[in-house]
Design a protein around this ligand. Structure first.
Ligand SMILES: Cc1cc2nc3c(=O)[nH]c(=O)nc-3n(C[C@H](O)[C@H](O)[C@H](O)COP(=O)(O)OP(=O)(O)OC[C@H]3O[C@@H](n4cnc5c(N)ncnc54)[C@H](O)[C@@H]3O)c2cc1C
Length: 288
């Protein structure tokens, strides 16, 4: 992927963040002939959580001309979500509105960004450090092209979009309202890893998302994201992580205790780096 080291200084729209939202917006704006710059701090491909796409995403992927590429990458096709309680009678299946995909975000986000660039969006790497205001309007940003660079670069836009996801740039800069965590949910932590040799259901059912529910605020996801890899995450109250002694221990605890079916599925499995994330349920008000 070609990344510009220097960018022109003025655009119709400047987008900060090239996750799924930023790149999709950049694609549509560029396709409409609007000049757009999308700035991203990470070097792609980069890991990200959020692998099970919703049915509503399918028509957008079709519209962006990416359906063939999704199949070429062998992303599993998701027809729905199977929810399993501890007892068999507590099982149900929720079909998605349109069949969709489970993705490796490191690949998917790169595909979206490349598509935006093909459509005419400009992209440059850099970490936005400040927004530039004139009165109550945001008219540009200052970004650091590379870590360690002392000088910030300036870029201006008639519209500046915060697509930084959980980084909530505008809230941090006092442009939007404060980030407000939802008390009950923000006391939960997700601990997750990518697994090889996890046991899937046979046939198409094996490509769906499985949710294993144990009790309130104790559950797990099981998302096949390639022919070999399943993303498994355990969601528990924060206190459980302290009780277990860390994220690795919490994952082991969850695999053993959340659901007997999950336990069976990971018996022969091995997994890589264990990651965790907390405080991910919040709102920003006003959103601007
Ligand atoms: C535990 C967990 C599980 C989830 N599972 C699912 C799921 O299965 N399915 C689903 O649909 N969603 C899921 N989500 C939600 C999903 O991850 C998000 O909705 C989605 O990633 C949001 O996309 P985005 O483009 O808004 O932000 P992001 O994808 O987070 O992209 C933001 C981008 O902005 C960049 N950035 C941040 N700050 C700056 C800066 N200052 N300068 C430049 N760039 C910056 C970041 O590097 C990043 O690339 C999950 C979320 C969590 C926490």
């Amino acid at each position: 992927m070609s990344v510009q080291s220097t960018c022109p200084e003025t655009f119709d729209v400047v987008i900060v963040g090239c996750g799924v939202s930023g790149s999709t917006l950049a694609f549509y704006l560029a396709s409409a002939g609007i000049s757009v710059l999308a700035i991203e701090k990470e070097t792609f491909p980069r890991y990200h959580i959020g692998e099970s796409l919703t049915g509503m995403v399918r028509p957008i992927i079709d519209d962006m001309g990416l359906a063939e590429e999704m199949d070429r990458r062998q992303f599993p096709v998701k027809g729905g979500v199977k929810v399993m309680g501890k007892e068999a009678k507590r099982e149900f299946f929720v079909p998605v509105l349109h069949s969709t995909w489970q993705v490796k975000r490191e690949e998917f986000d790169q595909i979206l960004l490349e598509r935006a660039i093909e459509a005419g969006a400009q992209h440059c790497q850099g970490t936005v450090k400040e927004v530039i205001r004139e009165g109550d309007k945001v008219v540009g940003v200052k970004y650091q092209p590379r870590e360690g660079d002392k000088t910030l670069k300036t870029v201006r836009g008639s519209i500046v979009v915060d697509a930084t996801g959980q980084a909530t740039l505008f809230a941090n800069q006092g442009v939007a309202g404060q980030r407000i965590n939802y008390d009950e949910f923000s006391k939960q932590v997700a601990v997750f890893a990518q697994f090889k040799n996890a046991l899937r259901d046979p046939g198409e059912m094996g490509d769906n998302t499985f949710i294993f529910h144990a009790q309130r605020y104790h559950w797990s996801w099981f998302i096949p994201i390639s022919p070999e890899i399943v993303s498994i995450g355990i969601v528990v109250p924060t206190a459980k992580v302290s009780e277990c002694g860390g994220k690795e221990e919490t994952l082991s605890w969850g695999l053993e205790n959340i659901n007997p079916d999950l336990q069976k599925r990971v018996k022969e499995a091995e997994y890589g780096e264990v990651r965790s994330i907390g405080n991910y349920s919040y709102s920003v008000d006003p959103f601007v």
